[in-house]
Design a protein around this ligand. Structure first.
Ligand SMILES: Cc1cc2nc3c(=O)[nH]c(=O)nc-3n(C[C@H](O)[C@H](O)[C@H](O)COP(=O)(O)OP(=O)(O)OC[C@H]3O[C@@H](n4cnc5c(N)ncnc54)[C@H](O)[C@@H]3O)c2cc1C
Length: 309
């Protein structure tokens, strides 16, 4: 027997939790299916300084407050749940999970994005994507940061502030793309930071499965260097997390959901919200905007199918 709801929300980031506040307040029985813990990418943001009403707040604290609000409204929050597959055909949308099947007339897709991995396919325990989550293991150590955008430069500063001894930051293009202010702040750390432009990771060298060195290549000069390094933090952009619905839902060539003005997808009863949607600006507030509209559209859809309007 399926667990029956009015609305299933796939993913538990800020887009999802905003949608859940609205669906719960519309008296729709709502479940959030989150493969990790609620909060998504915002959990990994050290300082959020652009959220209205909060001059400065840690991303984790902000997400805990939102999660508490969602839980208090009676939303069923299922974390660390594995969604094996989803079926979007027919009147009932179904999620097959390791906790059984969940079904509802509406599903909101809010699965966000995940960081891109190194294209050389290397993985080891010392490769990370989140300085806040994993940076504390590198106090007094040497770290390579890959990516010269805002994320790479700002997370480098976070790593230095949490005690990392030295950072080598590499960028594959000929300049950094972070804001001028972030670049200036990073350079103020003097000889604790080396920046290499036009540089790629060519190989990861390990001993007994543990990272020992990286091999870097300067693509302008073809020079290859090896660096002793304790950890690597990667900030090379993100890929949409669309694996569960890439066949069924209309996506852009880059893999983002084509959603309409009411966050509807090509499938009746399936809505989308947040970073997984094709759009120009991906921020907490824009994810909240999408979540709000997806939830209100869901309520409208359910009203219509109930009254067969
Ligand atoms: C480094 C960095 C710093 C940022 N700083 C800011 C900032 O200061 N201010 C700001 O406004 N924005 C910031 N952003 C952008 C902001 O974090 C995103 O726009 C926002 O998190 C999008 O929310 P979301 O809910 O759409 O996606 P996410 O936060 O990515 O949440 C998606 C959730 O879905 C879950 N999920 C994915 N696939 C599945 C699945 N198959 N089954 C179950 N669950 C699944 C994921 O685990 C995740 O929890 C930052 C982004 C980054 C990368």
């Amino acid at each position: 027997m399926d667990n029956q709801y009015d609305v299933i929300i796939l993913g538990g980031g800020i887009a999802s939790m905003t949608a859940a506040i609205y669906t719960a307040q519309a008296n729709l029985k709502t479940v959030i299916l989150e493969k990790s813990i609620c909060g998504g990418l915002v959990n990994t943001t050290f300082k959020v300084t652009n959220f209205p009403s909060k001059t400065e707040i840690s991303g984790q604290e902000l997400m805990e407050q939102v999660r508490d609000q969602v839980e208090a409204l009676g939303v069923d929050i299922r974390e660390v749940i594995e969604v094996d597959s989803i079926s979007l055909k027919g009147d009932l949308k179904v999620a097959q999970t390791d906790e059984g099947n969940f079904s509802a007339p509406v599903m909101i897709l809010a699965t966000g994005r995940k960081p891109k991995a190194l294209p050389i396919g290397a993985e080891c325990e010392q490769i990370h994507y989140c300085a806040i989550c994993d940076g504390s293991a590198y106090k007094g150590k040497r770290v390579l940061v890959v990516g010269g955008g805002n994320s790479g430069v700002e997370e480098s500063q976070y790593l230095l502030s949490s005690g990392v001894a030295h950072i080598t930051l590499i960028e594959q293009m000929g300049r950094l793309f972070a804001s001028k202010q972030s670049q200036a702040e990073l350079r103020s750390h003097g000889n604790k930071v080396d920046v290499h432009l036009n540089t790629l990771v060519e190989a990861i060298l390990t001993k007994d499965g543990k990272l020992t060195q990286v091999q870097l290549k300067n693509t302008e000069t073809d020079t290859v260097t090896k660096l002793n390094i304790d950890g690597i933090f990667i900030y090379m952009g993100h890929d949409p997390q669309n694996g569960l619905f890439s066949e069924a839902v209309s996506l852009t060539p880059q893999g983002y959901i084509n959603a309409g003005a009411h966050m509807e997808t090509n499938i009746p009863g399936v809505f989308a919200a947040g970073d997984i949607v094709h759009k120009k600006y991906r921020q907490i507030t824009t994810a909240m905007h999408d979540g709000t509209i997806a939830a209100l559209s869901s309520a409208d859809y359910i009203r219509k199918i109930q009254h067969k309007i």
